[in-house]
Design a protein around this ligand. Structure first.
Ligand code: ATP
Ligand code: MG
Length: 390
């Protein structure tokens, strides 16, 4: 950080890191702004030994890497025009003009190298009061960029307390349909952040009241399932929370898989959602260790654990401790590994090729029916017996 101040003494920390520093949260990204144009900033930062990557030059953003740590440095900007999705910007040396472009008062503060806070719109008071308030007129700010509706809920889920800002809610109700013009990827990113917020339930209720939840997550289940999940101490995993909004109906995982595809989530996330749904019925408390090994062999342990939270939430009200016991077993049963390989079969006289594939599959099937307990020797014996039953 010292070298940044040395190169750009006029720079200030801006945005989320100032907000999080003020409320004592962990700060992961240090973002800076300065009135110095990007080319000049790059030159000065390189002079103090930083490696500079022009990450978003057209927006005035460069990334300075110092001691393997990246710092985003942006030139102060003002909006020239916007079409609701993209803004055309010009450089400025006016800090307040740059702060005016930012979405909420709590995100519009800056902190200079002397530790002086610059708070143009009452962000600190709002942060203390748990108020998420737009900079300027809520409706105008949403018309400029519809993503700000979602960002409102994201920050409300994290910092909100008490009644939400009335002007913001009215504007969101009036303009919620403009969110449908946003790219699915941006919506999904914000949604996952909303879903990891500590005030999730209140936020989703608010999204329901303002009609935004129906726009973003059509056909979701009532929020009562999520309420139960939160009540049983959920692990704050956004995908898990999303899954509760789409409980397995038909049992084929279709509902959740559809949501994953609709939000263009990564394949990994989609698989996880599909598995949540698929392993609903199997996760009965009556599963014995053989069953658990079988399911573990085919699915990731984390999916099973999360799924057990989910079922537990749905079953809450029968507090007989059996879910805790199941969870303990899910955590402790060892991940099974199929012990037989092609070379074992060759030693038994099976020819490499399709025939070997068939034998491996059949043996694995038998091994699964045995609760994944047979070791390599037992599997070989079983194959020998099948090859010459006498
Ligand atoms: P997080 O800790 O979740 O990353 P953040 O405040 O850093 O929170 P970012 O999305 O990283 O959020 O944005 C950084 C800053 O840029 C914000 O604090 C805000 O000042 C500004 N900003 C980002 N997106 C917008 C937007 N759509 N409209 C206006 N200002 C924005
Ligand atoms: Mg950030």
């Amino acid at each position: 950080m010292d070298r940044i101040w040395q190169a750009l003494p006029e720079a200030r920390l801006v945005g989320g890191c100032v907000r999080d520093l003020l409320c004592g949260r962990d700060v992961h990204d240090l973002d800076l702004a300065s009135p110095v144009p990007p080319g000049e900033a790059q030159r000065r930062l390189e002079e103090v030994g930083a490696r500079v990557i022009p990450t978003g030059l057209e927006h005035g953003t460069i990334t300075a890497v110092i001691d393997h740590h990246p710092y985003e440095v942006t030139t102060l900007r003002r909006d020239v025009s916007t079409d609701g999705r993209h803004a055309v910007v010009a450089w400025t040396d006016d800090w307040e003009e740059d702060a005016q472009r930012r979405d909420f008062t709590i995100n519009a503060m800056s902190l200079d190298q002397d530790g002086q806070l610059h708070d143009y719109f009452g962000g600190l008071d709002d942060l203390r009061a748990g108020k998420v308030r737009f900079v300027g007129q809520a409706a105008r700010r949403i018309e400029e960029d519809a993503l700000r509706c979602l960002r409102f809920f994201r920050f409300f889920a994290r910092y909100g307390r008490g009644e939400p800002d009335g002007e913001a809610c009215q504007a969101i109700i009036r303009l919620r349909e403009t969110m449908t013009r946003l790219s699915v990827e941006r919506v999904a990113m914000e949604l996952l952040k909303i879903l990891s917020g500590p005030q999730l339930l209140r936020t989703l209720e608010l999204m329901e009241e303002t009609g935004t939840l129906a726009v973003l997550l059509p056909h979701h289940a009532p929020l009562s399932g999520l309420e139960r999940l939160l009540a049983c101490g959920d692990p704050a995993e956004p995908l898990h929370r999303l899954a509760v909004l789409y409980p397995p109906g038909g049992g084929d995982g279709q509902g959740m898989a559809d949501v994953g595809a609709h939000l263009k989530l990564s394949n990994e996330s989609r698989d996880m959602l599909a598995a949540f749904a698929r392993y609903g019925p199997e996760l009965a408390v009556t599963l014995d260790d053989d069953d658990i090994r079988r399911v573990l062999f085919q699915q990731d342990r984390s999916i099973l654990l999360l799924r057990s939270w989910l079922v537990q939430a749905q079953e809450l009200g029968r507090p007989d401790g059996s879910w805790n016991e199941l969870r303990h077993r899910l955590e402790t049963v060892e991940q099974p590994v199929f012990p037989l390989a092609g070379r074992d079969l060759i030693a038994l006289g099976v020819k490499p090729g399709p025939e070997m594939g068939r034998w491996l599959k059949q043996t694995q099937h038998w091994w699964l029916t045995q609760g994944c307990r047979p070791d390599a020797g037992a599997c070989r014996d079983w194959v020998s017996h099948q090859l010459s039953p006498s």
